[in-house]
Write a protein that binds this ligand. Structure first.
Ligand SMILES: [Fe+2]
Length: 338
């Protein structure tokens, strides 16, 4: 399941020999870093290609999922070949940070990202963000019949009417936010209600397709699945609209994708340069103009104009560094969801 792509080392080396006078000092050695990438492959590919072109630093990307890589990094410890870890969501970053495996992020990089989009300890940094939404069948559900709160989806009136992808890190991050906001008992009860009411799909795109095909009335997913499909043919979302819970509801959770430099990295300078680039103008412009439809998080950086502005989402305040995936997994297992 892990795939590897390496940008042409030859091309980068050629660039260096021609441009040696104009490339940053950090790129004038045989630079290369390895990224364990759990972000969407397409987004990281866009980032890496532009970063290498600009700096000459060659990047090897291994693709996997948030918690698969977090656990792998913990197992590998000081021997990890990874220099940088990129995730879709914060819980996997919190897991690695909890084992003391991150190098503090350079202050200049932290300064590029507002405080709400990075953990207070500065051990990793937000690189992008995504909003929880209820993607619903607009041919069946009228707006006044939509759930006012994500918590409503556990009530009997929603039995058999909605979908989610509980095995994925995206959904588990939402549960992590619910746990932090409402406590263990309330989260556990909501998950039990969910088990009664929902249908499991593997993957958020699949859940959205089920809504589009009329198999279920709504799905609790992230926003970009819809925008990504709309920007292509729209065939998997033509009957779908997005409902934003807002009002600091747990369902208005905005999840922060993280980036961190591993303490075991032998290429820390280049790894820090990558994080600085991703959170700066270069990386954030890729979010605005590319095809990921994730939110930009850099100070003063605009997101894709198709999106509901981040400031209008009325997201609840959640501390990313304490999202507890171990507890989430326990609660979801107890509720029969995993
Ligand atoms: Fe995702």
């Amino acid at each position: 399941m892990s795939t590897v792509f390496t940008l042409s080392a030859g091309a980068a080396a050629l660039g260096l020999s021609i441009l040696a006078g104009s490339v940053p000092a950090s790129a004038q050695v045989a630079d290369s870093i390895t990224i364990y990438n759990a972000q969407h492959e397409g987004l990281t590919k866009e980032w890496v290609e532009a970063f290498t072109e600009e700096t000459g630093i060659v990047v090897t990307v291994r693709n996997g999922s948030d918690l698969e890589f977090a656990n792998q990094i913990v197992q590998e410890g000081a021997n990890s070949p990874a220099d940088v870890f990129l995730t879709e969501n914060s819980p996997a970053m919190a897991l690695v940070d909890g084992k003391g495996l991150f190098e503090p992020v350079d202050q200049a990089t932290l300064d590029q990202v507002p405080e709400g989009f990075r953990p207070g300890n500065g051990h990793w940094v937000g690189i992008a963000a995504r909003s929880t939404v209820f993607a619903y069948d607009k041919t069946k559900l009228l707006e006044d019949k939509l759930p006012k709160s994500m918590l409503d989806l556990a009530k009997p009136e929603w039995k058999g009417r909605w979908a989610a992808s509980p095995s994925g890190a995206d959904f588990q991050a939402i549960v992590g936010a619910l746990l932090q906001l409402k406590g263990e008992q309330a989260a556990g009860e909501w998950l039990k209600g969910m088990k009664e009411n929902f249908t499991a799909y593997r993957g958020n795109s699949t859940a959205m397709k089920a809504v589009n095909a009329g198999q279920t009335e709504g799905a609790l997913i992230y926003h970009y699945y819809y925008f990504g499909d709309q920007a292509k043919t729209g065939e998997n979302s033509k009957n779908v609209a997005l409902h934003y819970f807002k009002n600091q509801d747990p369902g208005a959770f905005v999840s922060i994708s993280g980036g961190g430099v591993l303490a075991s990295s032998k290429h820390k300078e280049q790894a820090q340069a990558f994080l600085k680039w991703v959170t700066g103008k270069g990386g954030q412009t890729v979010l605005r103009d590319g095809t990921s439809f994730e939110y930009a998080v850099g100070k003063g950086e605009a997101s894709n104009k198709a999106l509901v502005p981040l400031a209008d989402l009325q997201a609840p305040k959640v501390e990313p560094s304490t999202l507890n995936n171990a507890k989430v997994t326990d609660l979801m297992t107890a509720a029969g969801l995993l």
